[in-house]
Design a binder for this molecule. Sequence first.
Ligand SMILES: [Cu+2]
Length: 791
Amino acid sequence: MLVSAIFSLAFLGGSIVAALPSPNDASFLGLFRRQAPAIPPANPVCNVNNLPIKAPKPNIWGDLKSEEIGSIIKWLLKPEQGLNITYPSDNATAFDNILGVVELVMPNKTDALNYMDNGGKMPKRYARVTVDVGNSDIPYLYEYMVGPLPISDKTTLQPYAFAYNGGHSRTPAYARDMGRWLGSQAGMMSRMYDITMDLLGTYINGTDNDTSILTPIDPILQEDGRMMVWVEWRKPPAQGSIYDTTTLLGQGLFMKFDVTGRSESEWKLLNILYDNIMYDSIGEFRNAWKKPGFHKLPKAEDGDWAYATKHEGKLPHDDKLPPIAEQKEQRWQVDKDAKYVKWMDFSFYIGFSRDLGVALFDVQYKGERILYELGLQEAVAHYAGADPRASLTAYADSFYGMGSLLFSLVRGYDCPTYATYLDTATVAQGNTSTNHDSICMFEMDAGYPIQRHFGGNRNGAYVTVTKNIAFVLRSVSTVGNYDYTFDYIFYYDGSIEVKVRASGYIQAAYYAHNHDYGYRIHEHLSGSMHSHVLAFKADFDIKGRKNTFEKTAIVSKAVEYPWSKKPRNTMKLERSLIENEDDGKINWPSNGASIYSVINVDKPNKYGEYPGYRIMPGFGTPVHLQIEKSPVLKNVAEFSTHHLYVTKQKDTEPRLAAAANNMDGEHPLVEFGKFFDGESVKQEDIVVWFNLGMHHVPHTGDLPNTVMTGAQSSVMISPHNYLPEDASRQTMQQIHIAMGEGANGDNVISNFGKKEYICAADYEQFVWSSERIKYQDEQRSLHFTSGNNGN
Ligand SMILES: [Cu+2]
C-alpha cells in the first residue's frame, strides 16, 4: 500500500529521485543476492514426487510466451506503428514514450467456453500493451490491443477500449513526472536546512546524502483544475539498516505544491504544515520558527523497535522443534506447463496478470464447472487522518502490479517444504522478469476435523471422525510496505475459501493531532486508521451459465398454526430472487440472518430444491469502505460501497476497475457504477463481485510489523443443495471405531483402506465406559418422543 515514488515509477518508467534505492538498481539487487542464503539442497524426506497430469486443453488464461512478447515488442517498435517508443527505456527521459505492460488479454468468456466445451477454435490471442507517452503537454498512458497473435500481416494496433466503460483508452499519467517534481522539491528544501535540522534533525538538499525523503499522497489532488500534491517528510532507515522503516518515520512536516504543467518553472510551493499550523511560504515558516516560544514537536527516531527481526524475550520451550508439516506422497497433480491443477474432485487452470496476480479459471468440481473465473480485481487501502498525507491517501494497488510484486516464497515458512512451487513472469518497460517459486500449492491438515460424531444405544456404540484436509493455492504480493497473502483453499465438502491476510510495515502517521484517527503507538507515531477493501470476481456457472441469486432470509414472525390456540412468535424462511441489477448491491445480513446463494432454477433436484453454491463470510467480517463518497477515490471506489454485487456477465465488463483508474478519479477508465443498468439477473449468466478486507486501526502490536492473526478476512463458497449429501463422507481420511464389536470384545477399527499415518494412534487406548454409554443413551432418549431410545 505504501507507494513511494519507487513503485509508481516502476510501472510508468522514469528516474528515481528518492533517497531509497531503486529496485532496478543493479547494486540494490546485488545486495540482496549476496544476503540471500542459498537454498539448502532438497531433502528427499521433505520433498514429494510430482504426480504428473496433462491438462485436457492448453491454458488460454496463462500469460504470453516469451517469444510472443519478443515479437510483439519488435512489431511495436516499427516506425509504421507511429508510437515513437524509446527502447530499451533505460536512458529514456520523462519526455520520451516508453513501453509499459505487455500481457495477454484474457479471452472473452463466450469464445473460451466455445473452445473448452464445444470443440470450437482456440480463442484468438491478443496482447494488452500500455504506452507511457511522455512526449506530450500532459503525459498520459495509452492502452492498446495488439493482435491477433502470432504477429502477421493481419495483426493490428487498436485502442484497448472494449473493457473500458469510461469511454476512453487513455488516461493522464501524472506519475510520469513524479520523479521530476520530487527532485525539484527536494532541491528547494536546501533553503530550510537550518530549520529542518533543528526541528527534525534531518535535511534534504536533493542529493544522495539527504537524510529525509519526500513521500507524496496517492492519488494526486485535483483542485480547481490544478494538480496539487502534498508531500510528507519521512526519515529513511538509519545508516546501515536494511529494514524499510520509512513508513514508521513520518516527521510531522507537510508541504503542498502546485505541480500543474510539465515545466519545473511552473511548479511552486504553496503551503507548509507543521504542528497543524499552515504557513504560506518558507519565509513565513522561518519567521515563526525564530520567534521565542515556537512549539517544537519531538523528533522521529529509528531504532530496534522498528526492525522486523527477533526482539528481546524468550518463550517457554520455544527452542524445541515445533510440529512440522510433512507429506510423504503427493495427492495433487499439477501440469506445470499448462498451470493446470487437480486435487480430489476439483480441477482448475491458473491464470495470471501483471495487475492482479493469480486468478483461477474453469474451476470444476466433480466434473462440472462451478466457476468460470475467480480472482482479485482491486486492492484499496483508504487512510484518514488530521494531516493531509493520511487524509488524502487511498491506494488502488493494482496500479503497482499485484502480479509483478509477487516474490519468492520462503520454503517451510510461507508454505510447507513439500509444496509445489511455480514461477510467474511479468513484463515492465519491455523487460521480462521471472519471479521464482512465487506460487505454492500444498495440502494441509486444518487442525480440526471436518466431521465427528459419537453415538450409541443399547445395541452398541461408535465414534466417527473425519480429518479436514484442505488444498491451498497461495501467493504473496508485497506492495511497498505491505505483504498481502492470497489463499484459495479447497475443502473435502466441495467448499472453496478465498482468504486474504496482511502483514508487513504499517503506514503510520506522525502522532501530533491524530488522536481521533489512530492510537498513539510509539513516541512519535499514530497507528493511522485505514480500511483495506480487496475486491474479487466470482463468475459462477452452476449447472450451466444461466443462474440466479437467491436470498433466503430468516425472519422473525408471529405465525398461526392449526394446532395452536394463538399465534406464536417464531422464525421462518422468506425466499426471494434478485430480479435485476438495480437490486444487485448487497450487504451481508445483520445477525447473519440470510443465506445468499447462486442457484439454477431450471435444474431443480428431485426434492424440488434448486442446486446452488452458497456465498458467506468466512473468517472475520469482510468490510466495505466506511468513508462515504470518498473525495479521494471519487468514481474509482464504486465497488467498495457494499459487501457484494450481482451483475449480468458481459464480455465487455471483464474487470471492475483498471490499474490506472486512480490517475484520474473523476474520469476513470472503468466505472463500476455503470455496470448497473437494470438488466435482468434472473436465469442469466451472472457474476458476483465480493469484497474482503478489514478496518485496520493499528495498535502497539502492529510494531514492528502487522501480524496476520487479526488482519485476515475470507469468504466461503459452499455447495448448497448442490449434491445429494455431504461430499466429505467420501474420504478415506476418517476413522470409525465400534465399541466392543470384536471377537474378544475388542474395539473394531475401520480404516477404510488408507495407508497408516506415520504416527499412528493406539486406538485400544480409546476407553469405553459402559456407564458413560448408558448415561449418554439416557440423555439422548430424553430428546426423542418415541421413548424407544431412538431405534
Ligand atoms: Cu493495514
